[in-house]
Design a binder for this molecule. Structure first.
Ligand code: SF4
Length: 421
């Protein structure tokens, strides 16, 4: 087999971008500042106790209404536009295929993950419902209003999937069940399958079983960090946050048992200090367990404890995107790939002609996540511009065109194949 050996890739990329990966030493989060007692736990919102009036568009200049799940949820800007409750257009996208819902409470998420805009350390600065998350605002909407719109015609809905994102809050487990119940009472989950983006810290095996019994299709765990050290530094003790790597794996293994093959997975953020080998070994482990990985490119979220750090260089991101796709969908194993002394991919373990075909198809560079209705390797969860600005796209929420693919090839350091090669 003639394998592509990319020994020149890293040096080319390094020449054009400086460092072409985010090393562990460089990706240290800031320490969270203490929140004054009178501003903790959503105290401002609860004190003002403004009654919500339908849809609430995030606005840091008005009093935030007192909204709680399961009556209220937040949804991504893309989902709100697709649903028709927010005006606007998205760059090169007609709509999103995933209705991403987020539980909401004045107290917000009680965790403090360093890369996340929803984290607890922002209490003094911004009420929970006004915080940015994966680069966008999340309007708050009555759950009944969302159901009312989608239930009119679920089969022909633009949404191929609905996803409930849990947060770290004492009500999160029960309210996820309430939101799922309310949805499945009106919308057949076979018309629009449901995914759960779980929060293991507060969960037990019984919670996993309950969600499966109520009709959830896929269960994912937001591991986010690729190694225990990065997990602890970004979402555990390192930032006064309650999460533990072992607890996340415990729930992931319950999900494997309860939901079964291809119906569970883990979110991983690339570029927080792990090596490419670290993250791809994790991708392989998930595949060997029967699951999938859903990848995010690290972006310094405004207001987060990592907002001073560099976004993942595109060279690193493209190598990991491509290698992850090969492991998840093309039967290549991580041990067939080769890595340099700092863990960068230098050989994808695949014949050049096959690799060229996969690059040309472009799916490997699209947003990864739970599948929609088109094909198994194409995510419904397209999260438009959730991990990059439109000017320098990391995860493509649409099919990359010829220009996009030429740019991707430059970022990969894999030149266009010539007819005679
Ligand atoms: S648990 Fe999730 S929502 Fe809460 S701070 Fe961490 S990443 Fe953000």
């Amino acid at each position: 087999m003639s394998c592509l050996k990319l020994t020149e890739t890293a040096s080319n990329a390094a020449a054009s971008h400086g460092a072409d990966f985010n090393p562990f030493e460089a990706m240290q989060p800031r320490a969270p500042s203490p929140t004054p007692t009178e501003l903790r736990n959503g105290a401002r919102v609860k004190r003002d106790d403004v009654a919500p009036q339908g849809v609430y568009l995030p606005n840091n200049n008005v009093l935030t209404p007192h909204m709680r799940s399961p009556d209220y949820v937040q949804l991504s800007t893309a989902a709100a536009m697709t649903l028709g409750i927010m005006p606007g257009r998205m760059h090169r996208c007609e709509c999103t295929r995933c209705l991403n819902l987020l539980l909401t409470y004045p107290e917000g998420c009680r965790a403090n993950c360093a890369y996340c805009g929803l984290a607890r350390h922002r209490e003094a600065e911004r009420d929970y419902a006004d915080r940015n998350f994966i680069r966008v605002d999340w309007p708050a909407v009555p759950m009944e209003q969302i159901i009312e719109i989608v239930a009119r015609d679920p089969i022909n809905s633009p949404f191929h999937r609905m996803c409930i994102s849990m947060i770290t809050h004492p009500r999160s487990d029960d309210d996820t069940v309430q939101v799922l119940r309310a949805w499945t009472r009106r919308i057949d989950p076979s018309a629009i399958p449901v995914s759960i983006l779980s929060n293991p810290t507060t969960m037990t095996r019984d919670d996993v079983v309950r969600l499966k019994d109520l009709g959830a299709d896929i269960f994912t765990v937001a591991l986010d960090a690729a190694t225990p050290e990065i997990f602890d530094r970004t979402r555990g003790k390192g930032v006064q946050s309650p999460h533990k790597w072992s607890k996340y794996w415990e729930i992931l293994m319950h999900a494997r048992d309860v939901f079964g093959p291809q119906k569970f997975g883990a979110h991983i953020i690339v570029g927080m200090g792990e090596t490419e080998h670290d993250v791809l070994a994790l991708v392989q482990k998930l595949v060997d367990l029967g699951g999938h990985s859903h990848m995010f490119c690290f972006f310094p979220e405004k207001g987060s404890l990592m907002d001073h750090l560099p976004a993942t260089p595109r060279d690193q991101w493209r190598r990991v995107q491509l290698a992850r796709y090969l492991i998840d969908y093309a039967g290549v194993r991580v041990d067939q790939m080769r890595f340099d002394e700092v863990g960068r991919v230098i050989d994808y373990g695949m014949a050049r002609s096959d690799l060229d075909r996969i690059i040309a198809e472009g799916i490997a560079f699209r947003t990864s996540g739970c599948p929609g209705k088109f094909r198994d390797d194409l995510s419904a969860c397209d999260r438009p511009y959730g991990d990059s600005p439109p000017s320098n796209i990391a995860s493509f929420p649409f099919q990359p065109n010829g220009n996009d693919l030429r740019k991707i090839r430059r970022q990969l350091g894999i030149p266009v194949v010539r007819e005679d090669s």
